[in-house]
Design a protein. Structure first.
Length: 458
């Protein structure tokens, strides 16, 4: 009695290709593999595998390639040998890890040589080819495999005792396929994920090794996309669903931000005479005008000496468009009001309230009027952040220029000081030269007489 120890369901594809792969173990511990059709439509796919085993066996004659033996179990199932050799991709990885590049390139050269040996036909575009791979422009001189297993890549080859066992030939086609396309798939799938960066660091370009030009890469990628579409035939793999449903997804971050604005943008708390025992507090709603700005109109009177206004119910940025005192009767502007706040100005009229709710303080109020405040609460406004960054950059640049100018003034003063110092030292030197000269000393008696006569005349 055989026991199933592993199963793989390939059901994320067209019903015509849905199969199940099982690894079985008998009572003696001998392993085998079965591939079974999961749908009636997939029985033809299993039949094609059996036919292709015979065709590949004939095709592989004279090469190291060996098609993994299979035999019919029932109308839905094929039985395959369980191969114990080492996968070619694992051998290549091992050579890279050991820095044994000679053996690495030997494996690749042998693979390339043998695949080219199988490509004994000139490519001819058939209706069957176009159905699977699309209407691609293949060069007229391209060589092709008459019976082509497009999955004959490193991951599906096991090497043992000099034989290269091809153990997955599910996608074998009985019409010509360019050998360059199979080389492209071998390079593409081996060079994915972690290997990609490792190969790049080592300067290994498998596409160049297989003589695949950039134009051919474009064509072969289109063939690959057409093959996947053919296999799926309208089905969507689970990991590809996101791209399809994404347009109808809600941006939860944007939704939360909008809800926050809706709930909090109108909420305002007004405290009158907040330092006094007569302090009063009330919650009011700001009015949103046609520009999307919040507008507050707060009456002030003789009995209000101080006013504290808390805007919204969250931290963030606030941009003020107008803060003014208006006439209570006709609404005309009496004066623009200066206020204190607990935020930091990041650019003109824009304040950042990072640690606390936005609070405005007015300490000098008239006896009568209406305090008019027009503002907008900003939650992560990129334009304002860019503006603040620009203002900061300009301020820093201006400060650097001012510092450079001051340094230039200091340098000039230092140069003038050095000049004056040198001139002073020269005068002192000349003075010492004169008073220590023989002529000066010899005229000392005459100077004394002159000084005495000068004293008498005075």
């Amino acid at each position: 009695m055989k026991q199933v120890i592993f199963s793989k369901y390939s059901n994320d594809r067209s019903a015509a290709f849905q199969i199940r792969t099982d690894i079985l173990k008998d009572e003696n511990g001998v392993l085998s593999v079965t591939k079974s059709a999961m749908t009636d439509a997939a029985k033809a796919h299993i039949d094609n595998n059996e036919i292709c085993f015979g065709l590949l066996t004939d095709s592989f004659a004279g090469t190291q390639f060996v098609a993994c033996p299979c035999k019919r179990m029932d109308e839905r199932t094929l039985l395959f040998d369980f191969l114990t050799g080492k996968q070619m991709d694992a051998l290549l990885d091992e050579m890279l890890e050991k820095h044994d590049m000679d053996t690495f390139w030997k494996y690749l050269s042998d693979y390339k040589m043998q695949m080219n040996a199988l490509a004994g036909a000139d490519f001819e575009k058939t209706a069957e080819f176009t159905e699977v791979f699309g209407d691609c422009e293949i060069p007229a001189d391209a060589k092709a495999l008459p019976v082509a297993n497009v999955d004959q890549i490193f991951q599906n080859i096991k090497i043992e005792d000099g034989n290269w066992f091809v153990y997955d030939y599910e996608w074998t086609f009985r019409f010509p396929v360019p050998v360059g396309y199979i080389f492209y798939r071998a390079a593409l799938f081996y060079g994915q994920f972690d290997r990609k960066s490792d190969l790049e660091r080592k300067g290994i370009d498998l596409f160049s090794f297989f003589d695949i030009s950039e134009d051919e890469m474009v064509v072969y990628q289109r063939m690959e996309e057409s093959l996947q579409s053919y296999i799926l035939s309208g089905y969507t793999r689970l990991w590809e669903m996101y791209e399809i449903i994404k347009p109808d997804n809600f941006d939860t971050i944007a939704v939360v931000a909008e809800e926050k604005k809706r709930r909090y943008i109108r909420m305002v708390t007004v405290r009158r005479n907040y330092f006094d025992k007569t302090a009063t507090e009330e919650e009011v709603d700001a009015v949103i005008n046609e520009n999307g700005h919040s507008v507050l109109k707060i009456p002030v009177s003789a009995d209000i000496e101080t006013l504290n206004i808390t805007l919204g119910n969250d931290t963030g940025m606030v941009r003020f468009y107008n803060v003014s005192l208006r006439d209570a009767d006709d609404g005309g502007v009496v004066s623009n009001k200066v206020f204190l706040c607990n935020g930091s100005m990041i650019c003109p009229d824009v304040y950042q309230f990072a640690d606390d709710l936005p609070n405005l303080y007015f300490n000098e109020l008239p006896d009568d009027g209406i305090l008019h405040i027009e503002y907008k609460m900003e939650f992560g406004n990129k334009d304002l952040l860019d503006m603040a960054e620009k203002q900061l950059h300009e301020s820093e640049q201006k400060m650097r220029e001012e510092i450079a100018a001051l340094r230039d003034v200091i340098r000039k003063i230092q140069e003038e000081n050095e000049g004056l110092k040198a001139q002073s030292e020269q005068y002192l030197k000349d003075y010492n030269t004169v008073i220590n000269s023989a002529a000066w000393k010899s005229t000392k008696p005459l100077r004394k007489v002159a000084d005495m006569m000068k004293g008498k005349s005075e």
